[in-house]
Design a binder for this molecule. Structure first.
Ligand code: ADP
Length: 246
């Protein structure tokens, strides 16, 4: 068993209120790990600590045995741990192809030049086509991102994230606001992505969690309430009570 991401005693206090309290988490390489819990459990805060959008009050985070506690989001992205599903990552006025080309260029550390874009960026087209096919957007390659359905926009976000070639993806509610057919498409995509990457996701849709996750950590009131596969946590009296009690 190889642990890729580890949190030890991770704690976040907001003016005396402890939102995340000494949380330990180990994410095994090559798995899909879900973080669930009732509203106010501390999932978003914990996720923001892991992706360095927030600094912890106490505790330690290691990624591939490297201490990343004091690192910036850009620093950890360079190590290969990338947070996805930020709509801001997609440029609405540009086509699917152009969006992925830009991500590929970013991966190489080059700055983007709109004026000379066509010539410079077309050299990324072979790779770009691959990622676009991977997320099922082949027939939309020349469509503008702003014209895509919500689910396809999210697929495009995944393509731009995959173009960064991450070893680990952190997905913040990947199914939020999605129609059922998009949920199925994105589920299949996450499963495919996870074949050679590690995925940690916060997700409210429990049937998606049951369907996709190898391991689940349940948070409640800032603490780990239970951990295991779906069968184990859905039998846990503490988990049932936490969900019913909200
Ligand atoms: P979840 O994502 O599980 O719904 P959150 O992490 O958003 O939970 O919130 C956990 C608790 O921390 C909540 O009680 C929330 O009100 C509190 N909290 C979150 N962010 C802040 C903040 N910036 N300042 C004060 N309290 C916060």
């Amino acid at each position: 068993m190889s642990i890729v991401l580890k949190a030890e005693g991770l704690t976040k206090e907001f003016k005396g209120f402890v939102a995340v309290n000494k949380v330990d988490l180990e994410v095994e390489k090559g798995t899909i790990h879900a973080l669930i819990g009732p509203n106010g459990a501390g999932k978003t805060t914990f996720f923001n600590l892991l992706t360095k959008f927030l600094q912890p009050t106490a505790g330690r985070i290691t990624y591939q045995e490297r201490d990343i506690t004091g690192m910036s989001p850009a620093g950890i992205a360079q190590l290969g741990m990338v947070r996805s599903f930020q709509i801001s990552a997609v440029f609405s006025d540009l086509t699917v192809l152009e969006n992925v080309r830009i991500a590929l260029q970013r991966k190489r550390g080059e700055s983007f030049d709109f004026w000379r874009s066509e010539k410079i960026l077309s050299r990324f087209d072979d790779d770009a086509h691959g990622y676009i096919e991977d997320v099922g957007l082949g027939e939309f390659i020349n469509h503008r991102a702003g014209e895509l359905s919500y689910g396809r926009k999210r697929a495009l976000e995944i393509a731009t994230t995959l173009a960064l070639d991450p070893g680990m993806l952190l997905l913040d509610e990947p199914m939020a606001g999605m129609a059922q057919q998009d949920v199925e498409r994105i589920s299949a995509l996450i499963r495919r992505i996870a074949k050679n990457r590690t995925v940690l996701m916060v997700e409210h849709n429990l049937s998606v969690v049951a369907d996709l996750s190898d391991r689940i950590t349940v948070l409640a009131r800032g603490e780990v309430l239970a951990e295991g596969d779906y069968a184990a946590i859905s039998r846990s009296p503490a988990v049932i009570e936490a969900y019913i009690g909200t």
